[in-house]
Design a binder for this molecule. Structure first.
Ligand code: CO
Length: 304
């Protein structure tokens, strides 16, 4: 007795969607949740249209893409960054080597963890009217062990919520403000202070924004939780007391391992991460070593 089996073509699901096919670049997913290591690409040179299309597909699908051994100049770094959009300055992040449109994350071997902002999961600069779409970051120096950056896929977090909470969040807006970070920082003891940018040309209006708690990808329509404790001033129309318990619940979501991947830095590792649909945090599990990362920031759309 034989049973005719009909071959069914099942796509592999990774990062919550069917794995795209790639023919020009190597794409190795890092976890089932997000992140992919890309091979066969030299970022010091302009990318061909076919390679560019696949890199953009990988970025959209995996949200964080990583390239090893990219010994590139600052100008090559900026040129690669521009394929994702227009570079923007940030009011608060320290700049790198006199480049107003590049930032650095630097912790010297003797410095405490408190010199770098946000060692909890967060999205960067949500107080801006058009917060960053993505960052392109390269390691100049990384600890021998440790100092990874962790990412959490906030689409997956949203998709697992109950319909009731999705409904509640769909009507909620969040007030984010970066207005007081300099004066809050100045109140801290010198050895507890963050390294912040000295001056900037942003107006007060540009340092506070109200954004939806659920953010929608403008092309695909996919939705993600867009709530973080960083710069959080409350849900619109809610008191801080009322806001806090829901914030605590939502801010805990990126801690679930099944939403995460981690990037292990090595010198000349370059990553691009989507700051809209991922949350991230640096892991300061090392001591007495220097960690120096430089990056560009690409301006995003007004959150919808
Ligand atoms: Co950050």
């Amino acid at each position: 007795m034989s049973v005719e089996s009909i071959p069914v073509k099942h796509g592999t699901i990774v990062a919550g969607r069917e794995m795209p096919e790639f023919s020009r670049i190597g794409v190795e997913p890092i976890t089932g949740a997000c992140g992919a290591e890309i091979s066969g690409v030299d970022l010091s040179k302009p990318l061909s249209d076919e390679v560019l299309r696949e890199v953009m597909t990988a970025f959209e699908h995996f949200l964080v893409i990583m390239f090893r051994d990219q010994d590139i100049t600052v100008e090559q770094h900026k040129a690669f960054s521009r394929i994702f959009g227009e570079l923007t300055e940030l009011p608060q992040a320290p700049t790198y080597a006199g480049h107003a449109d590049m930032q650095e994350v630097r912790r010297e071997a003797h410095e405490p963890v408190s010199v770098v902002p946000f060692t909890k999961f967060h999205t960067d600069s949500p107080f801006l009217p058009r917060p960053p779409l993505c960052m392109v970051m390269r390691a100049l120096e990384a600890p021998k062990y440790g100092g990874d950056t962790a990412f959490a896929n906030m689409y997956l977090a949203y998709e697992e919520l109950s319909e009731g909470l999705k409904e509640t969040l769909s009507r909620l807006k969040v007030v984010y403000s970066g207005k007081d970070i300099w004066c809050q920082n100045a109140k801290l003891d010198k050895d507890k202070q963050l390294r912040l940018r000295e001056g900037h040309s942003f107006t007060e209006d540009q340092l506070e924004s109200v954004h939806p708690a659920v953010r929608t990808h403008p092309r695909t329509g996919r939705k993600a939780v867009y709530v973080t404790g960083a710069y959080f001033k409350g849900f619109e129309g809610w008191s801080m007391d009322d806001s806090r318990s829901l914030l605590d619940y939502l801010a805990h979501m990126p801690h679930k391992l099944q939403y995460q991947c981690r990037i292990r830095w090595k010198k000349d590792t370059v990553i691009v991460w989507d700051n809209r649909f991922l949350q991230h945090c640096g892991i300061h599990d090392y001591q007495d070593e220097r960690r120096h990362l430089i990056r560009t920031t690409i301006i995003g759309e007004r959150p919808i």
